[in-house]
Design a protein around this ligand. Structure first.
Ligand code: ATP
Ligand code: MG
Length: 234
């Protein structure tokens, strides 16, 4: 198993944000995490990238990540594209992308930059442009591109479509699907359940820090509760 969580819990002081989460992502798999505001989606991704402390089992390729400092997680092959993008708005597109490769010295950095540009051609055109002058959708492309520059085998995406115009949203989801087709596993938190069920292989539904339901996208797409609560139909 690429990623395995067993009984993973996170508390903020006395407030329990995640309680005994068990979740798996196989090599190359696309897994989505659905759930309402405050369900714990971002906390889950932060726990995996070690930017938030957790208790319980957190294994990557069979090795525990508990005890691995956040800065060393990228080197293991896990890259986190965080909620709200966290870009450097006054730096250029190219500088922001290259920051994602700061741990790498290999010659493949140039190859990876080409890969990012092939996924998001607009970023090559805008390479010298200051990030704050880009649209929200284009900034999201930079954030995903920067995470890809870390050469992940597991990409953590936190609500990549939030606040983005419909046309760019489709473009971004298509690019994410192509990232998976290139062999990278994806764990994506998302509130757009319809899009998530369309492109993910499997889905976990997080509610109040617990896994409410899980299954293949086909299973959950046919589930009455999911249809009513998340798809607004049935
Ligand atoms: N740094 C923090 N300190 C204290 N409580 C926090 C902190 N971050 C998150 N929480 C709380 O933990 C719970 C889970 O938050 P989290 O941000 O993980 O949810 P989420 O599913 O990502 O929500 P959203 O869809 O709004 O992004 C919420 O009750 C939230 O208020
Ligand atoms: Mg969140």
């Amino acid at each position: 198993m690429l990623l395995e969580l067993r009984n993973l819990s996170v508390s903020y002081g006395k407030a329990v944000a995640l309680e005994n989460i068990s979740l798996r992502v196989a090599e190359g798999e696309f897994v989505a995490v659905l759930g309402p505001n405050g369900a714990g989606k971002s906390t889950l991704l932060k726990a995996i990238s070690r930017s938030q402390a957790s208790t319980g089992t957190l294994e990557f390729r069979g090795e525990s990540l508990q005890g691995v400092p956040a800065h060393a997680v990228v080197g293991k092959g896990i890259c986190h594209c965080p909620e709200g993008r966290r870009l450097f708005p006054e730096l250029t597109v190219l500088k922001n992308l290259m920051l994602g490769a700061y741990l790498r010295r290999d010659a493949a950095v140039a190859t990876h930059l080409k890969l990012v540009y092939s996924l998001f051609p607009i970023l090559e055109e805008r390479a010298p442009q200051i990030v704050s002058t880009l649209s929200g959708g284009q900034q999201q492309m930079v954030a995903i591109g920067r995470a890809l520059m870390g050469k992940p085998s597991l990409l953590l995406l936190d609500e990549p479509s939030v606040g983005i115009a419909h046309r760019l949203k489709i473009e971004i989801f298509d690019a994410i699907k192509r990232i998976q087709q290139g062999g990278c596993a994806i764990l994506m938190a998302e509130q757009d359940a319809q899009s998530a069920l369309r492109i993910a292989d499997r889905v976990y539904v997080l509610e109040h820090g617990h896994v409410g339901r899980e299954g293949t996208s086909a299973e959950l797409g046919a589930d009455d509760y999911i249809r009513q609560a998340y798809l607004g139909v049935g």
